[in-house]
Design a protein around this ligand. Structure first.
Ligand code: ATP
Length: 256
């Protein structure tokens, strides 16, 4: 995976591996340099959360799975960080929920769009949307507004992991049910989401897939009950408390 070997017994193995995937993404023209900064920001929150999926995040991931299964047209939006970190996992989630995959970049260049689409196809994606860019998100400047008319433009449910706050707000203003994965519960993206998932994308995406597989044969009423029973304000509040109060019980207060 990377030319740098990390010993598996290293206490920060997962975190270092994730970091190397992002670096490799930058080297391969998949991830932007701003993506490195976003990753660093995410790591800090993840560290404070104890680098684990909290009960609240797991409940959000189950609600996300139910919303994706209930959707008429669900789309998973992929940017450079998502493509570097979880390309195969996104393809599996699309298969488990019947969702489309669309590349959607904040810093859009034709080269990066093509590199990401090719990378996703190498990981098993059959159709990758986003290259037509024949639709627009109202309220955003030209480049940042581009989407596919028959992709995100037409979707009723969108999963936007690590989305920029402005676009998350604009998508939600279009009336779409928005699922955001973001380790910062205070970010505008998380706050704009109908279902904010405060978890690392490397844990969140496979866990949404697991829930979707479990719920695949559930009646629509049960799926609707799971979505309706999810309380976004409470989820965000709990995540913030976990971060502020220190979920890391392995670090004693005097060591902090
Ligand atoms: P906003 O505009 O939404 O208020 P921002 O300007 O902080 O947020 P960026 O820096 O563009 O947004 O986005 C990075 C966001 O993605 C951060 O909130 C960070 O916590 C989150 N993030 C980065 N890496 C991951 C990851 N691996 N899993 C989940 N979230 C992540």
């Amino acid at each position: 995976m990377s030319e740098i070997r990390i010993p598996e017994d290293h206490p920060r193995y997962e975190s270092l591996l994730t970091r190397h995937r992002i670096e490799k993404g930058v080297d391969e023209g998949i991830t932007s340099r701003q993506g490195l900064i976003a990753q660093g920001r995410g790591e800090a929150f993840d560290y404070l959360l104890g680098e684990r999926t909290t009960d609240g995040a797991d409940a959000a991931e189950r609600a996300a799975a139910a919303a994706l299964l209930l959707a008429d047209h669900a789309v998973l939006s992929v940017n450079g960080n998502v493509a570097a970190l979880v390309p195969g996992e996104i393809v599996e989630l699309a298969e488990a929920t019947g969702a489309d995959i669309e590349v959607n970049l904040f810093n859009r260049t034709d080269e990066r769009m093509a590199a990401i689409a090719a990378h996703l196809r190498e990981h098993g994606a059959e159709e990758v949307k986003g290259l037509d860019a024949d639709g627009r998100i109202p309220g955003l400047s030209h480049e940042r507004a581009k989407v596919d008319a028959d992709g995100i433009g037409d979707a009723d449910v969108v999963l936007v992991p690590l989305e920029d706050g402005d676009r998350a707000e604009a998508l939600s203003a279009m009336g779409k049910t928005e699922i955001v994965i973001d380790l910062n519960p205070l970010s505008r993206s998380a706050r704009a989401a109908a279902i904010p998932i405060v978890d690392n994308i490397v844990r969140a995406v496979p866990n949404v897939t697991r829930h979707a597989r479990e719920l695949r044969d559930a009646p629509r009423e049960e799926l609707a009950r799971i979505v309706d029973g999810f309380d976004r304000e409470r989820a965000l509040g709990e995540a913030e408390r976990e971060i502020r109060d220190g979920a890391r019980s392995d670090v004693s207060p005097t060591d902090r």
